[in-house]
Design a protein around this ligand. Structure first.
Ligand code: ASP
Ligand code: MG
Length: 412
């Protein structure tokens, strides 16, 4: 039988009533003749609560126990979804990650999927099971311990199952009806995109557009999974939502397709470090080991053999970064005069594959920000995106102004 993967995010399974609504959608696809793998998130807010409990219990926690705690939210919704389907006379069964099994590496709290053997589920499909409800976000390490895939990881679970089982489509049901040119809560002119290229979605996702976990887009791109983002609160027709697809499948697009932001960034500057070979490795190695997600890096020009090094990271990792750098200084690996943290910054990025063939996007972005009186603190660019750090209080203004400047309210 043809197979679909349907993933329901936290808001789509937030109450028993919503689980029932989601189950009805699944039931319709079963009636259409599909076997279905349903991937569920935890009820919305649940994972945050669990993470909070872990942090309160143990600020520098053992990541294996973090995973033991935070993976539990998905177990509840998987069981409830299976029960709801059974009440509708659909032959359904829940599966925790280890039961499938979804095999990962041992990088607790941000584990990578290594493989998903299909025999177990396929044998059950062959003997009459119509729906496998799989707990998203979790797997099992080679040591036999529960792992989780990083926040938002159930998107990645969904795409990985779609790839492993050769699903016809991977539908991601969420609380928005697709991917927008920017966050509609910030600009009322935001427009839903019918299609977006994998690469653009990858940038938007990694830049903080929360609709899909970055890793899930990488996987979809690699295995060419037809990925659709759509609302679980509306009746959607066959072409509802946004299709994330190869670039060739997009006929017309604006030079810029989206504006993303990340509100809670920090800018850290190491004042006066030695400008010598190996200094960057000495700084960023220990930061990586401490799990700090360094994003932008700027090294200033040096004077008398000393330079300043600036980087950005999520604001909630500032303490970890400070601790790691203090450790490096104590060991004598890196010497610096001061470490200055600016915790009031946000990052704004414009993204579009059209930038490859159009010049002047950066200039237009900077003019736009300047005409709003917004100071730019750090700039980075890549082939299809330009990012800036600015003061957090200008976030809304910057997004709205850039959305207007690039004419994103109108389709190409
Ligand atoms: N429940 C997990 C989280 O909130 C995984 C997910 O929903 O994708 O991050
Ligand atoms: Mg999510």
């Amino acid at each position: 039988m043809p197979l679909l993967v349907m993933k329901f995010g936290g808001t789509s399974v937030a109450t028993l009533d919503r689980i029932r609504r989601a189950a009805k959608r699944v039931g319709r696809e079963v009636a259409n003749g599909y076997d279905v793998i349903v991937i569920v998130s935890a009820m919305s807010g649940k994972t945050n609560e669990l993470v909070g409990w872990v942090n309160e219990t143990s600020p520098f926690y053992d990541a294996r126990e973090y995973d033991a705690v935070v993976s539990s939210g998905e177990n509840v919704t998987a069981g409830l979804m299976a029960l709801t389907l059974q009440e509708m006379d659909v032959n359904a069964r829940s599966w925790q990650g280890w039961q499938v099994p979804l095999l990962t590496n041992s990088a607790h709290a941000s584990a990578r999927i290594e493989s998903i053997p299909t025999d177990n589920l396929n044998a059950r499909f062959a003997s009459g099971m119509r729906v496998a409800v799989v707990a998203g976000f979790q797997g099992i390490s080679p040591e036999g311990r529960i792992t989780t895939l990083g926040r938002g990881g159930s998107d990645t679970t969904a795409v990985a199952f779609a790839a492993a089982f050769g699903a016809e489509r991977c539908d991601i049901y969420t609380d928005v009806d697709g991917v927008y040119t920017t966050d509609p809560r910030i600009s009322h002119k935001a427009r839903k995109l019918d299609r977006i290229a994998f690469e653009e979605m990858l940038e938007l996702a990694s830049l903080g557009a929360k609709v899909l976990q970055t890793r899930s887009v990488e996987l979809a791109m690699r295995y060419n999974v037809r990925l659709r983002v759509l609302s679980s609160f509306e009746d959607n027709g066959a072409d509802a939502g946004t299709l994330v697809c190869p670039e060739e499948d997009i006929v017309e697009s604006n030079v810029v397709s989206g504006i993303a932001y990340s509100r809670d960034e920090a800018k850290m500057t190491l004042i006066s470090v030695a400008d010598r070979p190996g200094i960057a490795a000495a700084i960023f190695g220990p930061l990586a080991e401490a799990g700090v997600n360094v994003d932008m890096i700027v090294q200033n020009i040096s004077e008398e053999g000393r330079t300043d090094m600036t980087f950005s990271c999520p604001v909630d990792q500032v303490k970890h970064a400070e601790k790691a750098l203090a450790g490096s200084r104590d060991r004598g690996d890196v010497n610096f005069a001061d470490l200055v943290a600016d915790t009031d910054v946000c990052k704004i990025s414009v993204v579009g594959i059209g930038m490859r063939s159009h010049a002047g996007v950066a200039a237009k972005m900077f003019e736009c920000l300047s005409s709003e009186g917004i100071n730019i603190k750090v700039i980075t660019t890549s082939e299809i995106k330009i990012s800036v750090l600015i003061h957090r209080k200008y976030l809304e203004l910057a997004v709205q102004a850039l959305h207007d400047a690039f004419g994103l309210d109108k389709a190409a």
